[in-house]
Write a protein that binds this ligand. Structure first.
Ligand SMILES: C[S@@+](CC[C@H](N)C(=O)[O-])C[C@H]1O[C@@H](n2cnc3c(N)ncnc32)[C@H](O)[C@@H]1O
Length: 360
């Protein structure tokens, strides 16, 4: 490891609260990263924990998630090498938004669902100010920190339940998590220093995308390592129900319906990896498109569909595979994180070519 890379590890990744995030498995995953990687892709990057590790290791890092709120973390902490949110930026974000229109998406949609009216209105005001920040990296930091503030404030850190306000008035729950009753503004101010400090320059031209990976892969060249951490089909794969609120806040949708008690946007983006009927065809396509990337690391869970054995067969058509496993000892591992379930890593390298000499 270069000397520079050591100093990159002074910049800690702000702990995420995201289903299936790999921040607790990074040391383990790191052991299987091949040597001499220059460019690495985190294809389903979610909270960006693995992309951030790649950046710390000094790789040119390409990161991607089809949800824009995750891409904003990638822009803020992976692509961005220098920009932080300063005092005047924060003042601007909290100031009365002159450009605010009558279209108050958060207040109209989520009051009394996840927030009291005042907090929902605060979010509309904050959102209207984000584009006034002077560049896309400051804007991305603002999205990343306010979105994280929302997961702090809502019990269980996701938005697929309608108990948020009930829990926020339960003294037992408040004792365990005082953020439930803190204003978003306070949570934002408390979190910001950690995010600012996570911004560093690894002297590479890193970039963050939000695309369906099957559309992004054909546009990439000269990637040495791909990390694939797809949704674990059949075991908590519904990211758009869990985190719809963050995507709605980031996109500020004007053309969606908001359905069910949780007010999830509809129609959703198409993943291809979250439904049993599509997932095998999607993997086949993914691996064909990644043929030019020599090394793959693939995270998986032994409770997903297809089974580990079946999945290994699919991968083996393309790569030589070694299977590594780590057993969860508690239920805190993320998606499918029931005690006893296993986090699997398929370590894949190019197949050895056999040359047969023909003697004439
Ligand atoms: C298991 S999570 C990744 C977790 C991540 N490694 C981390 O440490 O936080 C899977 C991610 O895949 C994304 N995703 C699902 N379908 C996708 C697609 N077709 N293209 C790109 N990303 C997709 C989801 O939004 C979700 O964030």
């Amino acid at each position: 490891m270069l000397f520079d890379s050591y100093s990159h590890f002074n910049h800690q990744f702000p702990a995420p609260q995201y289903l299936g995030a790999k921040h607790t498995h990074l040391a383990w995953i790191n052991k299987f990263i091949p040597s001499q990687v220059q460019t690495a892709l985190d294809a389903f990057s979610g909270s960006q924990s693995v992309a951030f590790l790649f950046k710390q290791l000094g790789f040119k890092t390409i990161t991607n998630d089809f949800l824009n709120f995750n891409n904003q973390i990638g822009l803020a902490l992976v692509e961005n090498n220098t920009e932080q949110l300063r005092k005047n930026d924060v003042e601007l974000l909290f100031s009365h938004a002159e450009n605010k229109t009558d279209f108050q998406l958060m207040e109209n949609t989520f009051t009394n669902v996840f927030f009291q009216q005042e907090e929902a209105a605060f979010l509309d005001n904050f959102r209207a100010n984000i584009p006034l920040l002077e560049n896309r990296y400051k804007q991305a930091l603002a999205y990343a920190v306010i979105n994280r503030s929302m997961t702090r404030k809502i019990t269980m850190g996701h938005f697929a339940h309608t108990q948020a306000l009930q829990y926020a008035s339960n003294p037992e729950r408040i004792k365990r998590n005082s953020s439930l009753i803190k204003p978003l503004k306070t949570i934002f101010k408390n979190l910001l220093p950690e995010y600012n400090y996570a911004v560093f320059d690894n002297k590479q031209d890193n970039c963050s995308h939000h695309a369906n990976i099957l559309e992004l892969l054909p546009t990439l060249e000269n990637v040495d390592l791909a990390y694939f951490d797809p949704p674990y089909c059949d075991s908590h794969a519904d990211y758009q129900s869990f985190y719809h609120l963050l995507e709605t806040f980031t996109e500020y949708w004007q053309d969606k319906q908001f359905i069910n008690g949780i007010k999830r946007y509809e129609p959703q983006r198409v993943s291809g990896f979250d439904k049993k009927k599509d997932v095998i065809a999607s993997f086949e396509k993914l691996f064909e498109l990644a043929e030019n990337i020599p090394h793959w690391l693939i995270s998986y869970n032994n409770r997903s569909y297809p089974s580990v054995e079946e999945f290994e067969k699919i991968i083996s058509k393309h790569r030589q595979v070694q299977i590594e496993a780590k057993t969860y000892t508690n239920g805190r591992g993320g998606k499918g994180s029931v005690a006893g379930s296993k986090e699997i890593l398929f370590v894949c390298k190019p197949k050895k070519k056999h040359f047969v000499s023909i003697i004439k």
